[in-house]
Design a protein around this ligand. Sequence first.
Ligand code: 13P
Ligand code: SF4
Length: 357
Amino acid sequence: SNDELHARIRAAKATLGERVVVLGHFYQRDEVVQHADFLGDSFQLANAAQTVPDAETIVFCGVHFMAETADILAQEGQRVILPNLAAGCSMADMADIDSVTDAWEQLEAVYGTEPDADGRVPIIPVTYMNSSAALKGFCGDHGGIVCTSSNAATVLDWAFERGQRVLFFPDQHLGRNTAKAMGVPLERMPMWNPRKALGGNDEQGLLDAQVVLWHGFCSVHKRFTVAQIDQARAEFPGVRVIVHPECPMEVVDAADEAGSTDYIRKAVAAATEPTTFAIGTEINMVNRLAADFPQHTIFCLDPVVCPCSTMYRIHPGYLAWVLEELVEGRVVNRISVDAAVTAGAKVALERMLAALP
Ligand code: 13P
Ligand code: SF4
């Protein structure tokens, strides 16, 4: 039974003590979150992974790219475990290293490699945290940087100081929404389709580009629609609509605010008057907000429950299993990033951390 499972997890954690730390993403279900020592968005958890030097093992309740990032940032001798290796991310899978390398070569053939009069190189690669370690490594090795949804604008500023253009991957929506808010016109954001020559663009379109957007998306956030927002406004006059920037542009434009997981939590926490919130993000996160802030009325914009199916693959049964194996001295489901990739990826992640105010 579930009670038995939770008792087993607690017992294993008690035996392991400070040798293990459990990190949980906001999108994890409550049955998992109750066992997390740290709960956060992807940026906060990357920071947490850096600040747990006493733990020899980090058990990451999130998805594969987050566990990889933890391994890249972890101390010597620390190891990272992902309770279910099938917990990937469909968005991260939309950009693979071969397609990005191929795009980069085609773009270099159009742009050349010479800096302009201000010393800015023709193009800088920027990867969203939601990408494989190999892509973070690519960015580190090519003068680029990582961003998360909580710092994308700051990171794009960093990139525009050093480059005439940006290649942004994998999420077209985060790239478009962020660049648009910074004043980049839509016609200067061509999309790159990896299955077509020049990504499906003509050369002039690429020369005029300020941000070349990869064609990836999040299957959870792309479900939100303007019609849902219209309906929420009709039913609840005065409702405050906040959506994640992985949502399509029309949805972000129709919302009152857009922001990362952490932004949404802080916005709700800061509301002093009882408020009705319609939130466009993952359902476990929205339900937890509703439970944590009962003074407000909080609901998910999508009436059909929309969990992230891969986040959901971290079942408490897997958590019990990896912890009990550790008690027995066995390490299962370790995520270990190749040393050659780690070096470049660390550079790209550290550029992000250094660019933040
Ligand atoms: P954040 O944790 O950066 O808000 O990312 C949202 C997300 O989609 C995580 O997979
Ligand atoms: Fe990937 Fe979207 Fe799930 Fe985040 S919510 S892990 S971006 S599929």
